[in-house]
Write a protein that binds this ligand. Sequence first.
Ligand code: FES
Ligand code: FES
Length: 203
Amino acid sequence: MAPAPSSTSSAVILNINGEKHQLTVDHRTTLLDALRERLDLTGTKKGCDQGQCGACTVLVDGRRAVSCLNLAVAAEGREITTIEGMAEGDRLHPVQQAFLDLDGYQCGYCTPGQICSAIAVIEEHAAGWPSAATEDVRPEAGPPPLTPDEIRERMSGNLCRCGAYVSIVQAVTRAAEAHQAAAHDDDRAEQDETDKTTEETAA
Ligand code: FES
Ligand code: FES
């Protein structure tokens, strides 16, 4: 039975991968420990436990966060996505598939954090966010090309002790290209729909 809340603990409801989990946590419990030790979501890995390696990266409201530096109590009311929530049934997320196809890992320990980061990196880049490697940061310049240097800079918070970086950059590049192609197809479908409506209105 879960311990009752006290002056040092609180009952929280965490929304993880679209499911609500109710638990009582010590106020000092990190999100990482709540995921791994209390909820058995062990896909998220503990490396340094001090915010330096990125192994524990998850998405919080769609933005990447190192779960070892976030408290579980502060995660209440947020949408948390872990590596367990990326695939749709048997269909892997395109970033997971790219890592698999291009050997973006060796031992795989850093991989869940790398994939969570890569998913957010691709979204951040598509939304026009600059990085320290971006040469022209004016908003009107639009998103810079997602070059290997851009990817390395944007993924630099995730360390890989196996040194699978070359393949990781290739995997992120491929997944970003697929993401751009899908966005382009969506834009065209939307434009076709608008054109059709305009023609029907004019007829
Ligand atoms: S375990 Fe969180 S950054 Fe290393
Ligand atoms: S694949 Fe082994 S630590 Fe990255």
